[in-house]
Design a protein around this ligand. Structure first.
Ligand SMILES: *Cc1c(COP(=O)(O)O)cnc(C)c1O
Length: 403
């Protein structure tokens, strides 16, 4: 809202630490945390104009807040979008997007490998209101194309995916969507704008879970949608005002400060992820490693082109085993042998986090569905943090060398 007094030719690294609403009259150097639900209006006339949308200005916390605005400005600059709108979580961002853009009878095409709650929200919850959808294999462009119908309004992709790190071609999907008169939305949680900027590849909407790398230290829930000014103002904001999935000022402040170190964290954690992936690929107890930065990854070339030559911080690996039962026992042994790293169903933390997808994020699938999805009982996901590589390796060896 208030104009920042910065020069307009600054680099992204600079904007990530500098862009915010104007300082208050007290001259605080760290951005102020405005914990307020309402705003005192200078006059009844100004208040009336603000409520009529004829003048910018804060009115009530469900519409906007200066700390939240600072986060939105910074994220939009990093993603290269005209505007952004913050939400209370990543899933509320997905909810807001679908609610704002779809009506009964519309159709969505999305990948079968997307985040579990996204699959359920579209395939079950929105289906109850007559929104149709088709799931397609993540990497099969022909399948995406074949799924498009006259009533298709959104193609929704997530790349890389969890836990298999499958990558899809954002530019190709954007062309496909636009040729069909539809929009391309991209969940950019795993790569973040440091590795991948979907708007520049033709995406219309970028969705974020701020809970992950934007905060980066596992403290708060947050989310956001990045899009054109017109889409944010005319589609998302009205639904936000009535729906109330607003980001709290405190959480906005935490994520705002998280963005200041996003660039160095992502580069360092991606380098650690890469080193761990290469190291695990050599270990005799490991059957396979899934990581876009490895030459063995099926979309390695596309990943490097699309993700600034980095593979990201998340990788998965299968421990060797004769059958699913033994695989589960072995994966559990590796996880239960950890003493430094965390067994924790989250990612995007400076602490390295490991999970067993088959019994957690993908635990509700039948064994057959899991096999079809390629998520075996021996799979472990690792989201690399900032610990020393030797300590990370030693902690995994405790389990891997005693199978
Ligand atoms: C965590 C996550 C979400 C959901 O975000 P929340 O902040 O937990 O609601 C969506 N997509 C991906 C890829 C995620 O990792």
């Amino acid at each position: 809202m208030s104009q920042h007094p910065l020069p307009n030719d600054l680099h992204l690294e600079t904007l990530a630490v500098r862009l915010a609403v104007e300082r208050s009259q007290y001259g605080e150097n760290s951005e102020a945390l405005y914990l307020t639900s309402g705003y005192v209006q200078p006059s009844a006339e100004v208040s009336a104009r603000r409520f009529a949308g004829e003048e910018e200005g804060y009115t009530y916390g469900r519409s906007s807040n200066p700390t939240v605005t600072s986060f939105e400005m910074r994220l939009a600059a990093l993603e290269g979008s005209e505007a952004a709108l913050a939400t209370s979580s990543g899933m509320s961002a997905v909810m807001l997007m679908l609610f704002s853009l779809l009506k009964s009878g519309d159709h969505v095409v999305y990948s079968q490998s997307m985040f579990g709650s996204t699959l359920k929200l579209i395939g079950s919850e929105f289906a109850r209101f007559g929104v149709e959808s088709t799931v397609v294999p993540q990497t099969d462009l022909a399948a995406w194309k074949a799924a498009i119908r006259p009533n298709t309004k959104i193609l929704f992709a997530e790349t890389p995916t969890n836990p298999l790190t499958e990558v899809c071609d954002i530019a190709a999907l954007a062309d496909m969507a636009h040729n069909a008169g539809a929009l391309l939305a991209v969940d950019n949680c795993f790569a973040t704008p440091i590795l991948q900027r979907p708007m520049g590849m033709g995406a219309d909407i970028v969705m974020h879970s701020g809970t992950k790398y934007l905060d980066g230290q596992g403290r708060v829930m947050a989310g956001a949608l990045c899009a054109s000014e017109k889409m944010v103002k005319e589609k998302f904001l009205p639904v936000m005002k009535n729906g109330g999935m607003v980001l709290s000022p405190f959480n906005a402040w935490v994520v705002l400060k998280g963005l200041e170190t996003l660039d160095i964290r992502m580069r360092a954690q991606s380098a650690n992820g890469h080193a761990m992936a290469q190291w695990l690929e050599q270990h005799p107890a490991v059957a396979r490693v899934y990581y876009p930065g490895l030459a063995s990854h099926p979309q390695h070339a596309l990943s490097m082109k699309q993700m600034s030559g980095m593979g990201g911080a998340v990788l998965s690996f299968d421990v060797k085993a004769a059958d699913p039962q033994q695989a589960r026992t072995r994966a559990f042994h590796v996880l239960d042998s950890l003493r430094t790293l965390s067994l924790c169903t989250n990612l995007g933390d400076t602490k390295t986090l490991l999970t067993h997808p088959a019994s957690t994020s993908h635990g509700k699938l039948s064994e057959d569905q899991r096999q079809a999805a390629g998520i075996g009982q021996g799979m472990i996901r690792l989201a690399a943090g900032l610990e020393h590589l030797d300590d990370m390796k030693a902690d995994l060896l405790r389990g891997l060398d005693t199978l």
